[in-house]
Design a protein around this ligand. Sequence first.
Ligand SMILES: Nc1ncnc2c1ncn2[C@@H]1O[C@H](COP(=O)(O)OP(=O)(O)OP(=O)(O)O)[C@@H](O)[C@H]1O
Ligand SMILES: [Mg+2]
Length: 259
Amino acid sequence: MTAEQTGSGPSAATGEPLVVLDGVQKWYGDLHVLQDINLTVHRGEVVVVIGPSGSGKSTLCRAINRLETIDEGTISLDGQPLPAEGKALASLRAEVGMVFQSFNLFAHKTILENVTLGPIKVRGVKKAEADQHAMELLERVGVAHQAEKYPAQLSGGQQQRVAIARALAMEPKVMLFDEPTSALDPEMIKEVLDVMVDLAKRGMTMVVVTHEMGFARTAADRVVFMSDGAIVEENTPEEFFTNPSSERAQDFLSKILKH
Ligand SMILES: Nc1ncnc2c1ncn2[C@@H]1O[C@H](COP(=O)(O)OP(=O)(O)OP(=O)(O)O)[C@@H](O)[C@H]1O
Ligand SMILES: [Mg+2]
């Protein structure tokens, strides 16, 4: 089932803090890639992160998922600070779903197996139960009829919807999306965004790096604009796109609106 982009507006973000970044700093050598990042994402909230190439958006996502370490500050998920390593990290990582630009599906596993692998291996779910849940998710993202195929037999848009189903199968508390549609042909972008809008409407907490303004306006509660490793501006989508307050955001928007 996919949702229409009706422009009905974001759901009210009334939940308690779920992801909290407090004074996060990170350097790559001399490059100060995350500069004193303070960001709270509430349960049920959809935050769109936007900004020029190299501004640190992917690094921010990867830090939240602990794929990257940070040098200073803290990141906590549902009240728990991110553990540095070990079993606690693995279980916490399972609570964060991540969808990247490239689909990263396992080429030699079927679509169904791609979705059930995590629940069976990491969560210890029984195969029959994992299969049933996976089929429900594949149904939801509109690719259930492809369950027995292999990733290469699917279009990019279909593969990305499978990647979303695979992340959801772990029942994450928050979903991170890093430019999930930027590698797709234009006609496939909408089918993926529809799935994401549907997810947002169902109350999923989401951090989405994207330049898709239609999605931001439809689904985001808040837009965070990053530049040179810092959060320069935070605003409602409406306000951000029509009346950005910082010069850097104005400059960035004038560029992406032109093409
Ligand atoms: N492993 C790394 N080692 C050194 N520098 C890195 C590494 N990863 C990223 N960087 C640098 O950190 C900066 C931020 O990169 P990041 O990928 O977070 O940007 P981004 O905002 O996601 O950009 P894009 O829109 O192009 O995806 C860039 O200058 C990049 O070159
Ligand atoms: Mg990036």
